[in-house]
Write a protein that binds this ligand. Structure first.
Ligand code: AMP
Length: 573
């Protein structure tokens, strides 16, 4: 049956994807040719002696593998107003700020219309597959989306986070309408000047349109959990606003107040209903379907550094399916989730072979490069881990994204990737190597002890403390209540024991690495960290808690350290 919606034919979207992935190698070659042709006159490619050639062999022979640091000065020149063709044939006119959680400060990357096109292609593709399994009706989406502050670079270019640049693009609204994903909040809320006020009003709009809400989403799952944690403390105030039709005094932004006043009318019946429903919940289990009876699912990126929020998300979602969103970055998109039935822990991303040219550096089991030469998209092997290199229409050539992925299988001839972790997020002191995933597993094991006490880890991060001799790992935890001393002592031991990397174990046994330290921080510490990043121009929509705070990130380290209330040392070894 042909499913026709607005101007998008979802069956056709799926057919196109199937067609394109049948001969991914040919599509990749053609995509590389187009990228190199469009930007053949760019200073960067000319300086490498590519001389207008567009074939794969010349590309590999002339173009080096780079990191952001290698191309930073080119992007800076663009930001400073040099409009000559530097990285791309068509000059870049917008700059994106990547979330920069790793380095501690946002970094500049080029943004252009081609990135908007591929974003829309990804949105359409995964929606087509999602809607086949979980059809939604006409209605609205409660989307916790926020714009970052936009500013002009020295050269007068608009700069903002990639998500903000996408939200502002003309194609965004029409695609969202076509895929039935219109946000229930007005633009003034999304683009409001203060994130806390926007969040409150997103919640309020969701309640006002509660019967129409078809799904609840955000870019990253963190924003959904954060939103409903906030709901737990403001729900009575929200009911009060609905009862009286008067917006809370906490909303001071005139643009938001004006937009909300058009929606908010006194509705005591709705206020009573929400009050009664919330009062009937136990530990907020099933909050989302209780508030939004017609919601079909919860949607957002739930993989990678979002996995730690899944427990809380499942609690709020009750029985609603959690559908994990696609894989991309400010630098460009990579793949779509075309198997929406998979639980978030097993989600894979089928690479779209026409949005960039992708290469993969094979990694040994513990993340070291065993072979420096990358392989092509269709040459990857199932079960192997790789670091991704991106070449795309936005001026990146053989760019190390810094992510480790594992090939879980193939969809036709394009690989389905599983996100493993950021490559550079390693806890390491000497021969030990622990990734973000290792830390997450260790925290999960230890948090089980807290769960027995009906407590949970709100958020966590880590740090390598070399100020002691020997150095040791520090894990910071924010907990949602008071845990007993014995429990926290044992949590600390479990954390230490759960790092199973051979280098860590052997170093701990001979005390070449000191006892792991668990530092419990005050409630609200991770909110302060979020606010700190927002102050740097980040957007909540793209926020990812840094899972390891290095020396370059001293502002975050200071926030953590000044909020420590208790600290424990492991006696596990
Ligand atoms: P940003 O710096 O905000 O552009 O974030 C991009 C990074 O977010 C990627 O390089 C990944 O590390 C992470 N990321 C994006 N999408 C996903 C996903 N679906 N699963 C896990 N991590 C993701």
């Amino acid at each position: 049956m042909l499913e026709k919606m607005f101007d998008i034919n979802l069956d056709r979207v799926i057919e196109e994807f199937e067609e394109m992935t049948r001969d991914a190698e040919a599509v990749q070659k053609e995509t590389l040719r187009r990228i190199l042709e469009e930007s053949g006159n760019a200073e960067y490619l000319l300086s490498l002696g590519l001389d207008g050639r567009t074939d794969l062999e010349s590309f590999k022979a002339h173009v080096p593998i780079v990191t952001h640091g290698d191309i930073e000065h080119y992007v800076q020149r663009i930001a400073d107003g040099d409009s000559s063709p530097i990285l791309t044939g068509k000059p870049i006119t917008i700059i994106s700020l990547s979330s920069g959680t790793t380095q501690g400060k946002p970094k500049y990357v080029p943004f252009n219309d081609e990135l908007v096109d591929s974003t829309m292609q990804i949105y359409r593709t995964s929606f087509a597959f999602r809607n086949r399994e979980y059809p939604i009706g006409c209605g609205k989406a409660l989307q916790f989306v926020y714009s970052s502050k936009q500013f002009k670079t020295k050269g007068g270019l608009n700069a903002g986070t990639a998500t903000t640049n996408v939200f502002r693009s003309s194609q965004y609204k029409s695609t969202m309408t076509a895929i039935q994903s219109q946000c229930c909040s007005p633009d003034e809320v999304i683009f409001g000047p203060d994130f806390h006020q926007s969040l409150y009003c997103h919640l309020l709009c969701g309640l006002l349109f509660r019967d129409e809400v078809q799904f609840v989403s955000s870019t990253f799952a963190h924003s959904i959990v954060h939103a409903f944690r906030t709901f737990e403390s403001v729900w009575e105030e929200l009911c009060g606003d609905i009862r009286t039709g008067v917006l809370s005094g906490r909303i001071t932004a005139p643009s938001i107040r004006a937009a909300m006043s058009k929606l908010l009318k006194p509705d005591p019946l709705l206020a009573d209903l929400i009050h009664e429903k919330c009062s009937g919940l136990t530990n907020w289990y099933g909050l989302i379907p209780t508030l939004f009876p017609n919601a079909k699912y919860v949607y957002g990126i739930m993989t990678g550094s979002m996995e730690p929020y899944l427990g809380k998300l499942r609690l709020y979602a009750g029985g609603l399916p959690l559908l994990s969103a696609d894989y991309g970055s400010s630098e460009g998109w990579i793949g779509a989730n075309v198997n929406p039935n998979l639980p978030p822990e097993q989600v894979t991303f089928a690479v779209l072979p026409n949005i960039g040219y992708f290469e993969f550096i094979p990694l040994s089991e513990r993340g070291g490069a065993v072979e420096p030469s990358p392989v092509g998209l269709t040459e990857v092997k199932v079960g192997e881990e790789y670091e991704i290199l991106v070449t795309n229409f936005a001026g990146l050539y053989r760019y190390r994204l810094g992510d480790v992925v594992k090939v879980a299988g193939f969809h036709n001839s394009t690989p389905e990737l599983r996100f493993i972790c950021r490559r550079n997020l390693l806890l390491t002191i000497n021969i030990d190597k622990n990734t973000e995933k290792d830390l997450q597993l260790s925290v999960e094991s230890a948090a089980k002890l807290l769960a027995e006490e009906k407590l949970e880890v709100v958020d966590f991060t880590s740090h390598v403390d070399l100020s002691t001799d020997p150095g040791h790992y520090v894990v910071f935890w924010e907990i949602n209540g008071e845990a007993r001393e014995e429990v926290l002592n044992e949590c600390c031991n479990v954390l230490d024991r759960s790092f199973v990397d051979a280098g860590y174990l052997s170093s701990r046994k001979v005390n070449a690495i000191g006892a792991l330290e668990l530092r419990v921080v005050r409630r609200g510490t991770f909110q302060q960290i979020l606010d700190h990043y927002l102050g740097l121009g980040a957007a909540v929509s793209q926020f990812k808690t840094p899972r390891c705070v290095g020396p370059a990130n001293d502002a975050v380290l200071r926030i953590l350290c000044r909020n420590v209330v208790k600290s424990y040392f492991s006696s596990a070894f």
